[in-house]
Design a protein around this ligand. Structure first.
Ligand code: JHZ
Length: 419
């Protein structure tokens, strides 16, 4: 693939009549952190437009950026957030307690990042294996004793694992399914190596929450699809697999945890599957109207935030941000916010520190900069971890600092709002 190719038809149902409902302009890739030496070089930008499929209701980007460009070296580290580590522990506990899995059963985590999820399974004595295309992350995981194959998930990889380690009882894929162009290959790979009564579990941001709470910043080039249960049901049916349970969890602004098995596996279908499909229907997500309303709300967020930043600037006050998240870069670039409005972004990820945010070129600094630079406001670009970030910056608040959250609507908040 060249750097980018256009989407020709719906990724799931192959419908070619897709309807565009949001255009966030041409932006650089959300995790393409800029090094100091490259600051004067022109950044590559790609169109960021979302299309709706009226047939299966999948939202998807109009272009596919070459995954090798986005994922071969990846600055996002899952285990930076304590909230996410706790979340992974909860998942491992579900598998241990709700299903009849034994110690030593093989667990595969696809897009295993720095091994954050598998660490939890390992502590419960499961056999674990990670797969991740990012060399920097696979190295971290391997060095920490989590065996990780440094490749993209594919049918040949699944076949290799089957030959060398046998079937997997559990396959997890958190925050990767929305990133995959060829979902048929991905699912066939899973089917190849999943035990006959094994469970494949996906977690991905739920498009229902994204639309309902105006989480437009979930949209960036890595996220090719914005998932609902209805299109997923369609996809798995094609592969003789079925969804038997769906949980909703608040992580990342509202995520669906989807449990999938082979058609003839013993897992009984739970009421949650049809309940969530019903909710999706009731939120008018099976009709373009709901999406057009969402796009209008995005414009309101833009207007409100730019007005607020303007007012703060007129008062001579300083704003910094916390969380150089991918979503934050969508917001900064679409709203055209630069360092004259936000002086720096604090982030605890070593891979991001002392570099610059893509597009906006706002400096990314370690979080001790908050105390040193003493801003009046901190905009939480990782608003999905607001509670954790506010807890970490209690000194800033004690000195009179205030927080801005941009989603679901622009608001100035304090720790009291998150008690
Ligand atoms: P965060 C990620 O997107 C990556 P991002 C990925 N593309 C995906 O699919 C979604 O999640 C769902 C920093 N931070 O998690 C770390 C601190 O510094 O909202 C991150 O840079 N200290 C796979 O990037 C950023 O904030 C902290 O204490 O939009 C958070 O990024 C915490 C809690 C976070 O996701």
């Amino acid at each position: 693939m060249e750097d980018m190719e256009p989407l020709k038809a719906c990724r799931i149902c192959k419908n070619t009549s897709l309807i565009k409902y949001l255009d966030l302009g041409k932006t650089p890739l959300a995790n393409a952190i800029v090094k100091k030496d490259d600051i004067d070089k022109e950044e590559k930008t790609f169109p960021l437009e979302v299309m709706y499929c009226p047939q299966c209701h999948l939202s998807q980007l109009s272009v596919i950026v070459n995954p090798k460009i986005m994922f071969s070296n990846y600055p996002y580290r899952s285990s930076i957030s304590k909230t996410f580590i706790e979340h992974c522990k909860e998942i491992a506990e579900i598998f241990k307690k709700s299903f009849d899995f034994k110690e030593n059963n093989l667990v595969i985590d696809i897009a295993s990042n720095d091994g954050c999820m598998l660490q939890q399974f390992k502590e419960m004595n499961f056999k674990v294996l990670g797969i991740d295309p990012a060399t920097n992350l696979a190295d971290i995981a391997n060095n920490n004793g989590i065996e990780t194959i440094n490749k993209f998930w594919s049918i040949p990889i699944a076949q290799d694992i089957l030959n060398t380690k046998g079937h997997a009882k559990i396959i997890t894929a958190t925050n990767v399914f929305a990133h995959v162009n060829d979902l048929n290959e991905f699912v066939e790979g899973v089917k190849t190596v999943l035990d006959k009564d094994g469970i494949f579990m996906i977690e991905a941001p739920h498009a229902l929450q994204m639309i309902k709470h105006t989480e437009f910043d979930t949209i960036y080039h890595e996220h090719l699809s914005y998932l609902l249960i209805n299109p997923l049901k369609h996809l798995f049916t094609e592969h003789e697999m079925r969804i038997f349970r769906v949980d909703e969890t608040p992580i990342h602004g509202g995520t669906i945890r989807v449990f999938v098995c082979h058609n003839n596996a013993e897992h009984t279908k739970e009421a949650s599957v049809d309940k969530i499909i019903e909710q999706e229907k009731n939120e008018t997500l099976y009709n373009i109207e709901g999406y057009n309303e969402f796009s209008k709300r995005v414009e309101k967020t833009k207007k409100d935030l730019l007005e607020l930043l303007d007012e703060i600037k007129k008062e001579g006050k300083k704003v910094a941000a916390y969380g150089a998240s991918a979503k934050g870069n969508t917001l900064l670039n679409y709203f055209n916010i630069k360092s004259d409005n936000i002086e720096f972004i604090a982030d605890d990820t070593p891979e991001k520190q002392n570099h610059f945010a893509p597009g906006s070129h706002i400096p990314i600094l370690e979080s001790s900069a908050i105390e040193r630079e003493n801003p009046d406001y901190l905009m939480l670009l990782a608003w999905n971890f607001a509670k954790e970030l506010i807890r970490k910056t209690s000194d800033f608040e004690e000195k009179g600092g205030k927080y801005i959250v941009p989603v679901p609507e622009v608001k100035v908040v304090t720790s009291k709002d998150y008690e």
